[in-house]
Design a protein around this ligand. Structure first.
Ligand code: MCA
Ligand code: AMP
Length: 526
C-alpha cells in the first residue's frame, strides 16, 4: 500500500540553496525584536534579537572561513544546550561546512568512534571536557579544537569576537551536505546519516505549511539540540517562521507549564508529556494560549494522548520521522485536513512517499502489516563513507527501508506497530542492544548477554540486561551497571542487570528476547 501525497513545494533553482540563506530570509523586518529568550541557565532571562543571531553567526562563520578548511569539512560539536550552541550550528551552515552534533551524554569511547569515523576539521566541546576531548581530537588528526560553555565562556566566542559581523552566506546546492547525524539505522555500528541542505530545507518548508505556522507564533523549545527533533524540527520551524523561541537549556516540567502561557507551539518526546501530566498545574488554563502540541521520536501511548486531551483541552499532534529522513508523516494540523487520531502517526507529508511492503518486497494491500519504506526530497544522501551499508538500506527501486513495521489504511493513515530493527527508544533516545551486549560480553566472567527494552512509565521503554556468567564465575549486576556508566552515555546503561544460568533460545538457537520482555514486563511499573 502506498500512501497518497500532495505535491511538494517547488524549489527555486536560481537561489542559493544553503539552508541558512532561507532561514535568514525569514528573519522579521524588525531585527531588534526578540528572537530567543532564555528561560533558565546562566544569565536567564537573556534576550537575543534577530540582529544578534545575524551578527553572531557571521562572526563564527568568518572565524571558520579564516581557517582555510577544505570544502566539506565537518564541525563536530558536543556542548551543553545554549543559544550560542544554536548559533554555532547556524554559523556552520552559513559558512557551508557540515555540522555534526553529538549527544552531550557520550563518553570517551563513543566520542573516539565518532571523531575517528567523521574526521572533523573542527571539534567544539565544553570547557569542562576540553582536556580529554581535545586529546581524542588531536590524536585523530583534528587541528582545531574550541571550547564553548553554556555561559558564553570558552575559546570559540573569544576567537570569533575578533572577526567581522557581516558575512556572505556560502553558496551551496540542494545536494550539498549540511549535517551528519550518527544513528545505527537498522543494523550494526553507528553510521553517519548525511543530510543535505535540500533535505533539511524541503522538510522545514513542508512542515511550516502543514503545521500552519502563523505570524505571532512563539515556540517553547525544551528539547536537546543534538538530534533531529530539537535541532531541525523545532528550531527550523521557529526560524523559518520568524518566530520567537522561549528557550530552556534543560527540561523541567513545572517551569515548562509555567511558560506555556506565553507559547503557541510546543514540541516534545512522549516523556515530556508524561512528566507534565504528573504536575497538578497542568490544566486547561495553563494551556489556553497554546495552539499546537506536537509529539514524536517515540510512540505516544494512547492513554497519554487521551489524558492530555482531557487535562489540557488540546489534542496532541503525533508525527513520525527518522534521523535519515527528518519528518515523514504527520497527523493533521488543520481541522479541514482531518482528525488527529491517537496511536497513529497520520498521513505521509506532502511530497513524501510512504509504502508498506511484505517480506518478499511485494506491495501490500491497505490495512496489512509490513515494512515501512519511504522516499522523497527529505530522504538522506547515504551513510558517511559506507556505500555498502547505504545500498543495503535502499530497495532496488530507490525506497529507503525504515526498519519500522506498520500499516496504511485505505485513506492513507499510517500506524506504526513495531520495529524489525533491534532498537530500544528510551525517553526519545535510541539504544542499540547489540552495542550494550558487546560491552557486557567483554566483561570478565561473562559468557553471554541479552539487552531488551521493557515498558517504562516515564521513558516509554527502559533498558535491562540479562547476563549469563561463565562456568564458575560470580557476577554482580550493580557492579556491572557502575562499570558501564564509565563507558557509555548514561541513558544507554541498563537500569537493572539480571544474572541467569542461561538465555531462552528457539530451535534455531536464536535468543528469544520476546520471552525475556514478557518475563520482566512489570519491572518499571508500566
Ligand atoms: C535521562 N536518563 C535516562 C534518559 N534521560 N534514562 C533513560 N532514557 C533517557 N532518555 C537518566 C540518566 O541516565 C540519569 O540516570 C537520570 O535519568 C537523570 O539524568 P538527566 O539527564 O538529569 O535526565 P533528564 O534531564 O530528566 O532527562 C530526561 C529527558 C531526556 C528530558 C526525557 O532524556 C530528553 O531530553 N529526552 C529527549 C530526547 C530527544 O530529544 N530525542 C529526539 C531524538 P543516572 O543518574 O542513573 O545515570 S530525534 C528522533 O528520534 C527523530 C528523528 C524524531 O522522530 O524526532
Ligand atoms: P532516530 O534514529 O533517532 O532518528 O529514530 C528514528 C526512529 O524513531 C524511527 O525509525 C521510529 O522507530 C521512531 N519514531 C519516531 N517517531 C515515532 C513515532 N511518532 N511513533 C513511533 N516511533 C517513532
Amino acid at each position: 500500500m502506498t500512501a497518497k501525497t500532495a505535491q511538494a513545494p517547488a524549489a527555486n533553482a536560481n537561489l542559493n540553496a544553503n539552508l541558512f540563506a532561507a532561514l535568514r530570509a525569514a528573519f522579521p523586518a524588525d531585527l531588534d525584536a526578540t528572537a530567543i529568550e532564555t528561560a533558565d541557565g546562566p544569565g536567564a532571562p537573556a534576550f537575543y534579537t534577530w540582529r544578534d543571531l545575524d551578527r553572531a553567526t557571521a562572526r563564527i562563520a568568518n572565524l571558520l572561513d579564516s581557517m582555510d578548511l577544505p570544502a566539506g569539512s565537518r564541525v563536530a560539536v558536543q556542548t551543553d544546550k545554549s543559544v550560542e550552541a544554536l548559533m554555532l550550528y547556524l554559523a556552520v551552515l552559513r559558512a557551508g561546512f557540515v555540522y555534526l552534533p553529538l549527544n552531550n551524554a557520550y563518553q570517551a569511547g563513543e566520542i573516539e568512534y565518532f571523531v575517528g569515523n567523521a574526521e572533523p576539521a573542527v571539534v567544539v566541546c565544553t570547557p569542562k571536557n576540553f582536556p580529554w576531548i581535545s586529546k581524542i581530537a588531536f590524536k585523530a588528526g583534528t587541528r582545531n579544537v574550541f571550547a564553548l560553555g553554556d555561559d558564553r565562556s570558552g575559546s570559540l566566542l573569544q576567537r570569533a569576537a575578533h572577526h567581522g559581523d557581516e558575512h556572505n552566506v556560502a553558496v551551496r546546492g540542494p545536494d550539498d551536505l549540511a549535517a551528519i547525524l550518527y544513528t545505527s539505522g537498522t543494523t550494526g555500528r553507528s553510521k553517519g546519516a548525511m543530510l543535505s541542505h535540500g533535505n533539511l530545507l524541503s522538510n522545514a518548508q513542508t512542515l511550516k505549511a502543514y503545521w500552519d505556522w502563523q505570524p505571532g507564533d512563539v515556540l517553547l523549545h525544551a528539547l536537546p539540540i543534538f538530534h533531529v527533533h530539537g535541532l531541525f524540527v523545532a528550531s527550523h520551524g521557529a526560524l523559518l517562521n520568524g518566530s520567537k523561541m522561549i528557550w530552556f537549556g534543560k527540561y523541567d516540567p513545572k517551569a515548562t507549564i509555567a511558560r506555556l502561557r506565553e507559547a503557541t507551539v510546543f514540541m516534545g518526546v512522549p516523556t515530556l508529556y508524561v512528566r507534565m501530566l504528573a504536575e497538578a498545574a497542568l490544566d486547561t488554563a495553563a494551556c489556553a494560549h497554546t495552539r499546537l502540541f506536537i509529539s514524536g521520536s517515540a510512540p505516544l501511548l494512547k492513554e497519554t494522548f487521551d489524558e492530555w486531551t482531557q487535562r489540557s483541552g488540546h489534542v496532541i499532534l503525533e508525527r513520525y520521522g527518522m534521523s535519515e529522513t527528518v519528518m515523514l508523516t504527520s497527523n493533521p494540523c488543520r481541522a479541514a485536513d482531518g482528525a488527529r487520531v491517537g496511536g497513529t502517526v497520520g498521513y505521509a507529508l506532502p511530497g513524501v512517499g510512504v509504502r508498506v511492503q511484505g517480506d518478499q518486497g511485494q506491495a501490500l494491500p491497505a490495512g496489512e502489516i509490513g515494512g515501512i519504506e519511504v522516499r522523497g526530497p527529505n530522504v538522506f544522501q547515504g551513510y558517511w563513507r559506507m556505500p555498502e551499508k547505504t545500498a543495503e538500506e535502499f530497495t532496488a527501486d530507490g525506497w529507503f527501508k525504515t526498519g519500522d513495521v506498520g500499516r496504511i489504511e485505505a485513506d492513507g493513515r499510517v500506524t506504526i506497530v513495531g520495529r524489525s530493527k533491534d532498537l530500544i527508544i528510551s525517553g526519545g533516545y535510541n539504544v542499540y542492544p547489540a552495542e550494550i551486549e558487546g560491552l557486557i560480553n567483554e566483561m570478565p566472567g561473562v559468557a553471554e548477554s541479552a539487552v531488551v527494552g521493557l515498558p517504562h512509565r516515564d521513558f516509554g521503554e527502559g533498558v535491562i540486561a540479562v547476563v549469563v556468567p561463565k562456568a564458575g564465575a560470580t557476577l554482580d549486576g550493580a557492579q556491572m551497571v557502575a562499570a558501564l556508566k564509565t563507558r557509555i552515555a548514561n541513558f544507554k546503561v541498563p537500569k537493572q542487570v539480571f544474572i541467569v544460568p542461561d538465555l531462552p533460545r528457539n530451535a534455531m538457537g536464536k535468543v528469544q528476547k520476546n520471552l525475556l520482555r514478557e518475563q520482566h514486563k512489570g519491572l518499571f511499573g508500566a
